[in-house]
Structures are given as structure tokens and as C-alpha cells.
Design a binder for this molecule. Structure first.
Ligand SMILES: Nc1ncnc2c1ncn2[C@@H]1O[C@H](COP(=O)(O)OP(=O)(O)OP(=O)(O)O)[C@@H](O)[C@H]1O
Length: 251
């Protein structure tokens, strides 16, 4: 069974229709990449899947359960997490403190004057585990605003993972990165555990083909193809619409 099933969703902003009967399916553990020219509707699709925007019609299922009316917060608890194109971090807090807050949000602790959050041993333990796992313990006391742009975007992915999702939606994880940061991010995405399915919006074709099991191509709000990387690479319409539009194609 599909983990995520998007069935015929449409979305308009007043008179501008942005998504037309979009359908896609993501299997557990799959790396599913969404490509398409600027303005194709990719971020809108993410905003609809995570219910930051209500859909006009269609249905969305997570693990067979209809989720299109559930709040973004509820969706996190059901195992769906996401990052945004713009960074969502607390710049004046350290790496460790940002991680700490993400873990607290996951556990929905209430503030208790007799049990300060910072002293909760389960949160401390989990923070240390993540810092060690991703080899960033030495950066733990650095304020996030002093990290490089690439490091900040990587930290965002780790924070989104703190909720222990079944499916993680990454919106252009390499946007604005240097080639070295892009390569590092691509490598990190490939190292994410297969227990997590990924849906990734990505423009860099080298990254797309490095990570994708399956690719969905959006054009003017319509899915023109959903298939294997080979099918997408060899599809004439995709070549013309997407690669012909000046995007970088992997050799
Ligand atoms: N909140 C909004 N109100 C009105 N129009 C919007 C809104 N959000 C997006 N749009 C419009 O919807 C269309 C699709 O935008 P969207 O950001 O989903 O595209 P995209 O494929 O993610 O583009 P990019 O690759 O440039 O990020 C664009 O024409 C955009 O201007």
C-alpha cells in the first residue's frame, strides 16, 4: 500500500488555477523527487499536502487515512514532517537549543516550573544522539546565525527529522547553496534512513538523479509524467519542457 496517496487534487488562488487534478503515490521508504519549471506549482503542492493551504477538490491519504482536513500539527503527529524553502531556525539560539526545541515540540511537553525542559533527561539524551549521529557535536554551542548557509539548511533537515517522521517533505534543500554544500546535502539525503520516505522538490538535476527512486514532473500545475529516473530522462516531452528551459541536465 502507498504511504502517501494524493488523488486528483486541484487548487486555485482566486482566478489563478495552480494545480489541476494532481495525483501521486509514495511508497514507504521511497525517494520521490518532484521537478518542474519555476511556477509549476511544486511548493503549492507541498502546502496542500501539509494542509497549510486547503485543497479545492481531491483527497490525500497517509497510510490509508484521509488527511486533507487535518491540521499541520496533527500531521506531524501522524508522521509527516517538512522543511521550507526559507529557513525556519532560531538564529540567536545554539544548534543544541534549536534541536532541543524541535524535540520538545515533538513530545508536546507543557512548561512546568518544577521540571525545566532543559533538564529533561530524555530530551538531553535524544539531542546528544542526533548530534553524535550526524557528527555535529563539535558545533553544538554555536549560535545558528553563525553557521554557514549550507549548515543551517542541513540543520533544518535534522530538526524536521526530530519528530521521527515516516515521511519527510524537503522543499528545495539545496537552493542557494554552493556546489560543495550541494554535494554535501545530496550525500546527507542519501544517508537518511530508509525507514523514512522522502518527497523532495529539487531543481539541481545532478541531485535529482542521485537521490530519486521515482520522479514526478509538474508543468503548469499538471503531472505530465511520474516514473523512474530513466523514464524521465528519456521522455521527449520532459526533455523539451524541462531540460529545454535552461535547467542543468545530468550527463
Ligand atoms: N499564496 C498565493 N497566492 C497567490 N498565488 C500564489 C500563491 N502561492 C503561489 N502562487 C502562485 O502559484 C503559482 C505556483 O507557485 P509555486 O510556488 O507553487 O511554484 P513552484 O513550482 O514551487 O515554483 P519555484 O520553483 O519557483 O519555487 C505561481 O504562479 C505563484 O505565483
Amino acid at each position: 500500500m502507498s504511504l502517501l496517496k494524493v488523488e486528483n487534487i486541484s487548487k486555485s488562488f482566486k482566478t489563478l488555477q495552480v494545480l489541476y487534478n494532481v495525483s501521486l503515490e509514495v511508497k514507504p521508504g521511497e525517494r520521490h523527487v518532484i521537478i518542474g519549471p519555476n511556477g509549476a506549482g511544486k511548493t503549492t503542492l507541498f502546502n496542500c499536502i501539509t494542509n497549510l493551504l486547503p485543497i479545492d477538490s481531491g483527497s490525500i491519504y497517509l497510510d490509508g487515512k484521509e488527511i486533507s482536513k487535518l491540521s499541520p500539527h496533527h500531521l506531524v503527529h501522524l508522521g509527516m514532517s517538512r522543511t521550507f524553502q526559507k529557513n525556519n531556525l532560531f538564529g540567536d539560539l545554539t544548534v543544541e537549543e534549536n534541536l532541543h526545541l524541535a524535540l520538545v515540540a515533538k513530545k508536546s511537553y507543557r512548561y512546568n516550573i518544577f521540571s525545566p525542559l532543559a533538564s529533561r533527561s530524555d530530551i538531553k539524551k535524544e539531542t546528544n544522539r542526533i548530534l553524535d549521529q550526524w557528527e555535529i557535536s563539535s558545533r553544538r554551542h554555536i549560535k545558528v546565525k553563525n553557521l554557514s548557509y549550507g549548515e543551517q539548511r542541513l540543520l533544518e533537515v535534522l530538526l524536521a527529522m526530530a519528530s521521527n517522521p515516516k515521511i519527510l517533505l524537503l522543499d528545495e534543500p539545496t537552493s542557494g547553496m554552493s556546489p560543495a554544500e550541494t554535494a554535501q546535502t545530496s550525500e546527507m539525503i542519501q544517508k537518511l534512513p530508509r525507514s523514512i520516505a522522502l518527497v523532495v522538490i529539487e531543481h539541481d538535476m545532478e541531485v535529482v538523479f542521485a537521490i530519486a527512486d521515482r520522479i514526478t514532473v509538474l508543468h503548469h500545475g499538471e503531472v505530465i509524467l511520474s516514473g523512474s529516473p530513466e523514464e524521465v530522462r528519456n521522455n521527449e516531452m520532459v526533455k523539451e519542457i524541462y531540460f529545454g528551459g535552461g535547467a542543468k541536465q545530468h550527463a
